[in-house]
Design a binder for this molecule. Structure first.
Ligand code: FMN
Length: 148
């Protein structure tokens, strides 16, 4: 909260966004995160971006960020395991204002266009995540092909 306040003082709370990871949270951590999200909301933070608990591959989990969504007055962004249709559904039913894509965007530099066209998606290569083992840090980050 001290960091959020310090940054908000410099640039305004309406320009501050926070990302919180609930990927592997215990019940206690969940309660703490809920408290944090409420305090962020009190401060008028622009967005709260959260990672779904226990994302398993591309399988969707069940709306477990809802308490955070309800506790936050600003723009709420959900992420973790979403595809196009799951993202549309989450936004459509008001579960999130926005949905973020990690691995799909990494592997598909033209992801919005592919979604628009219903085009096939490149698979991501786990072996090159975080630049693992590559001499060239671009490998795994900026070398996936665009849709032809
Ligand atoms: C190679 C790689 C690097 C990532 N780096 C970050 C990071 O720096 N900060 C962060 O908050 N999340 C990072 N993430 C997590 C993603 O933002 C995202 O939460 C995660 O991949 C789950 O979403 P997805 O199922 O759409 O991929 C990274 C993920 C991958 C695969």
């Amino acid at each position: 909260m001290e960091v959020v306040d310090a940054v908000a003082r410099e640039v305004g709370g309406h320009r501050v966004g926070v990302r919180l990871d609930q990927f592997d949270a215990t019940a206690e951590e969940h309660a703490l995160a809920l408290h944090v999200v409420s305090r962020l909301s009190d401060r008028g933070v622009l967005y709260c971006h959260m990672i779904e608990p226990r994302v398993d591959g591309r399988r969707r989990v069940s709306r477990r960020l809802l308490p955070f969504r309800e506790a936050f007055g600003g723009t709420f962004i959900a992420s973790g395991g979403y595809g196009r249709d799951e993202g549309d559904a989450a936004v459509g039913e008001g579960y999130a204002d926005l949905v973020a894509f990690g691995r799909l965007f990494l592997a598909n530099p033209d992801l919005p266009r592919r979604f628009e066209l219903g085009a096939p998606l490149n698979e991501c290569d786990v072996a090159t995540f975080y630049g693992a083992g590559a001499a060239d840090p671009a490998v795994g980050y900026t070398d996936y092909p665009f849709f032809d």
